[in-house]
Design a protein around this ligand. Structure first.
Ligand SMILES: Cc1cc2nc3c(=O)[nH]c(=O)nc-3n(C[C@H](O)[C@H](O)[C@H](O)COP(=O)(O)O)c2cc1C
Length: 195
């Protein structure tokens, strides 16, 4: 990554927090080169004013492959990316990721990921979903692979419940991305010096 902008791959899943993807998208785009992947449910929430970056969906995975030798999109995106950020991460995609299920473009990238590279997730869900014992179990599993978790915050949620589960502010997510990419760069520099 030395000498170029970090390649940030941003996954957006079907939490209602995806309606604020415009602000987070612009902030992430300011940190490097950005590409996004949306799940089918996330497409429902995407706001106007998203940054002008490539946005891939499950359909692109299948329409771009016709025959042996054609590029496989989830592998190409994984090769391209220095960091994977999933914000918001729904309870559904979290559960699937923790169990290695890969039935969407985004989850296929996560399953094919090289976990020596940074992954950052920002879960966002209803308070009862957040407090469900499986949430901690799944996040602990991701943490054991080195995944950075930006914890949600407590506030009035879209469903009118008040409590934990709202996506962390964009600044907190971007700060973790910035730390992860500068660490990556330092690592690459050290390896270059040592080789
Ligand atoms: C209006 C609406 C809001 C939703 N908000 C959330 C949410 O904040 N967090 C969450 O985990 N699931 C939420 N869901 C449920 C997810 O969209 C659903 O579990 C879906 O399967 C997630 O798929 P994905 O992870 O592939 O995007 C919501 C569903 C609806 C209809």
């Amino acid at each position: 990554m030395t000498g170029r902008l970090p390649h940030i791959l941003w996954g957006i899943t079907g939490s209602v927090a995806a309606i604020r993807s415009d602000r987070l998208g612009h902030e992430l785009a300011a940190q490097g080169e950005l590409k996004a992947i949306v799940t089918r449910r996330a497409q429902h929430f995407l706001p106007e004013g998203m940054p002008e970056v490539p946005i891939y969906s499950d359909d692109d995975e299948w329409s771009s492959w016709k025959k042996l030798g054609d590029p496989v999109l989830h592998i190409e995106l994984r090769r391209w990316a220095d960091v994977l950020v999933i914000a918001p991460l729904s309870a559904d995609s979290l559960a699937k990721m923790a169990h290695g299920i890969c039935d969407t473009l985004l989850l296929s990238v996560a399953r094919a990921w090289d976990y020596s590279r940074p992954v950052i997730v920002a879960p966002a869900m209803n308070t009862m979903m957040w407090e469900h014992p499986l949430t901690t179990e799944h996040l602990d599993r991701l943490r054991s692979w080195g995944v950075g978790v930006v914890d949600p915050v407590s506030k009035e949620l879209a469903c009118a419940d008040i409590g934990m589960g709202a996506q962390a502010p964009a600044d907190a997510i971007v700060a973790m991305v910035r730390r992860a990419t500068s660490r990556e760069d330092a690592e690459t520099n050290r390896n270059d010096r040592e080789s």
